[in-house]
Design a protein around this ligand. Structure first.
Ligand code: ZN
Length: 56
């Protein structure tokens, strides 16, 4: 299988598997790829940021 982020080949027993609630399975060769991919997919919640900023 290949890393869903950098497409590097992952050997069995290494890397990490991430299953989303909708059933999509993603494989990552390292925690670094996992983090980068999750950060890129995840859209920042602007409202939350604005609310936090105004609360100061
Ligand atoms: Zn990778």
């Amino acid at each position: 299988m290949k890393c869903s982020y950098c497409t590097a080949e992952i050997e069995k027993g290494t890397g990490m598997m991430f299953v989303r609630k909708n059933g999509t399975v993603r494989y990552y060769c390292s925690q670094r790829c996992y983090k980068f991919n999750i950060v890129m997919v995840r859209k920042p919640n602007r409202k939350e940021i604005e609310e936090r900023a105004s609360a100061r």
